[in-house]
Design a protein around this ligand. Structure first.
Ligand code: ADP
Length: 602
């Protein structure tokens, strides 16, 4: 389990953390700021509708010529009268004219306003948000009331517009929306969503205030701006306003109606101009929505996962750099196509996923390297064990041959030595053969010569040899083998059974009994070798089939062995499509059962 925790835990952590990574105040704030940068980079939109809006600005020049603001009503009326001569399409007056002034001035203003067939007047909410401050009743007549509230984000920037504001049971649409509506020839304000679906404008179906993201056309002064003083003084030909949407409002530096926008600090009337432009062009970038944000974040996590698993070194670095570049580019492209993507959210997910998944992968690879090292150490140990195993007969052979070569050795002893050399060299080649067989069978390169084999004669031959071996320990081998046929390679099978029998003798005290039996079993024929020996502890029973594994007890014990016999037996049995099992109790004995395809005779 512990071997691949990095590969499991890391993706789990990153998946669980994704919503937190994308939906927290900090990241969303960064998203907003990045969005501002992208918006500035995206440049100004098509020009036609830009020229449809003109600002008549009550600016610093107006203030210096006409006295302190607010502008006196009589002067406002005078300027509007001049302006009306140009017959603009719509007048949008972004000036609050709520409280009564000099009667003559108010009357002049009412008369001037009547010169505009389509006019929108600003209304505003009181600071407690409960009551509308609307123009004087005399001015209101024949005009459309609209709200002028900016949608200020928590960081103080105006990125969106409220298309409507509702208070005290009265809803006012935005000044920009009403101006655009009148310019488009929609005469009657109908307070239904469908009626407002003019041109390309998509009004949000729901949400308090129906906020829409505004794509600003550019910094301040992107729209034509004429000083109201110049209009009043007749320095501007009225033609400049023909057919235009004219927004009259205060832009003077000290006016207070100035806000941060993605471009710069901007006056209220200029913001309205941007909203009008956006409405005329239906140019409202859409936001992704939480579902898509999550889906894309998940895709980013997946891409990172594939990258850290599949790529290594320079390729991985290249992949990560490509991802880091792709995110802002994709967001930029999205904005150009009217889609606001959150670059910071995606970048945060990307960075967190690469770091966490990368760390997980690193841990997994390090663990694998560690395991490899352990294996190598084990292998070295085993090679040493084999070398040790080979050394014993070699020493005997060396000693024997040395003695023979001495001329003083009597003939009888010489013959004995030759016999010993012969025996030990046979043992040596036996060990080497077994070792090679283990390697070849494990590598799958030893071919089986399978055929129908009669069980009785095969077992009889193996028993003969095993009994010779058992005689040295005065161990009795009993056998109960009935007739049967199995599909097997006879040489390999007798090797396997011989190994089980000699093990049973080796790991039992002298004078005990070993029993071999054959009986029908699920899946064919079961051949059992049972002893009354030392037994094997339960936790070691699996491991005795591993190559070179010997019980602790036997590593330094009297019985020689390399711990490869059972590995070979298991390999042989499995190559035959069979299985091997052991049941054992320390101190009581062991019982090995080999099950092979075949059948017992009736
Ligand atoms: P070897 O006998 O050459 O050491 P094996 O692979 O045949 O190698 O056996 C592996 C180990 O399993 C032995 O070293 C011994 O510790 C244990 N073992 C095998 N057979 C028996 C048995 N019948 N009774 C008890 N222990 C056994």
């Amino acid at each position: 389990m512990g071997k691949s925790w990095g590969r499991v835990l890391a993706p789990a952590v990153i998946i669980a953390a994704t919503p937190l990574l994308i939906w927290n105040g900090f990241v969303q704030q960064v998203d907003a700021s990045w969005g501002d940068v992208l918006l500035r980079l995206a440049g100004s939109p098509a020009a036609a509708s830009l020229h449809q809006v003109v600002l008549a600005a009550i600016d610093d020049e107006t203030a210096s010529r006409c006295g302190p603001l607010p502008l006196r009503r009589a002067l406002l009326a005078q300027g509007l009268e001049k302006l009306s001569r140009g017959e603009p399409a719509v007048l949008a007056l972004d000036v609050l004219v709520a409280e009564a002034g000099e009667p003559a001035g108010d009357a002049a203003l009412a008369a001037a306003l009547r010169l505009f067939p389509r006019r929108v007047l600003a209304g505003s909410l009181e600071s407690d948000g409960r009551r509308w401050i609307l123009p004087l009743p005399a001015l209101r007549q024949g005009a459309v009331m609209a709200h002028v509230h900016p949608a200020v984000d928590p960081d103080g920037t105006v990125r969106r517009a409220w298309l409507e504001t509702e208070a005290a049971g009265r809803r006012l649409w935005a000044l920009a929306l009403e101006a655009a509506r009148l310019a488009n020839g929609a005469e009657r304000p109908r307070e239904t969503r469908e009626a407002l679906e003019m041109g390309n404008l998509r009004i949000p179906a729901s949400g308090v205030g129906r906020p829409v993201v505004v794509r600003y056309a550019g910094p301040e002064l992107t729209f034509a701006r004429i000083s109201f003083a110049a209009v009043m003084e007749g320095r501007i030909p009225p033609e400049r306003f023909r057919g235009k949407i004219v927004i009259v409002g205060v832009t003077a530096q000290g006016s207070g109606d100035r806000h941060f926008t993605p471009f710069s600090v901007m006056s209220g009337p200029e913001i309205h101009a941007n909203v009008v432009r956006a409405i005329l062009d239906g140019d409202f970038p859409r936001s992704l929505g939480p579902g898509w944000e999550l889906a894309i974040s998940a895709a980013i996590v997946l891409a990172c996962l594939v990258a850290v698993r599949r790529l290594r070194g320079a390729r991985l670095a290249l992949g990560l750099v490509a991802g880091a570049v792709a995110i802002p580019l994709a967001c930029y492209a999205g904005l150009r196509h009217g889609l606001v993507l959150p670059p910071a959210s995606f970048a945060t997910v990307f960075v967190a996923a690469s770091v966490v998944l990368g760390a997980g992968e690193y841990a997994a690879v390090a663990a694998a390297l560690g395991r490899e090292q352990v294996k190598r150490r084990e292998y070295a140990f085993r090679v040493q064990a084999i070398a040790h195993e080979l050394k014993t007969p070699l020493t005997a052979i060396q000693g024997g041959s040395e003695l023979i070569s001495e001329s003083l050795v009597p003939e009888a002893q010489r013959a004995e030595m030759a016999g010993l050399i012969y025996k030990e060299s046979k043992r040596l080649s036996g060990i080497i053969q077994t070792f090679l067989d283990v390697e070849r069978i494990a590598a799958g390169s030893l071919d089986l010569d399978r055929r129908a084999v009669e069980l009785e004669p095969l077992c009889a031959e193996v028993l003969d040899r095993a009994r010779l071996y058992a005689a040295r320990k005065r161990t009795r081998i009993e056998a109960h083998i009935a007739g049967g046929t199995i599909q097997a390679d006879p040489d390999l099978l007798s090797f396997a059974l011989y190994n089980l029998l000699t093990n049973a003798v080796k790991y039992s005290p002298a004078g005990s009994t070993v029993v071999m039996e054959a009986a029908p079993a699920a899946g064919g024929v079961g051949i059992t070798v049972a002893d009354q020996g030392y037994g094997i502890a339960p936790d070691e029973q699996e491991r005795i089939f591993q190559r070179f594994y010997r019980l602790q007890r036997d590593r330094a014990g009297a019985e020689p062995g390399a711990g490869i016999g059972l590995a070979l037996v298991k390999e042989i049995v499995e190559q035959h499509g069979g299985r091997i099992a052991v049941a054992s109790k320390p101190g009581a004995g062991s019982r090995f059962t080999v099950t092979l395809p075949g059948e017992m005779h009736a």
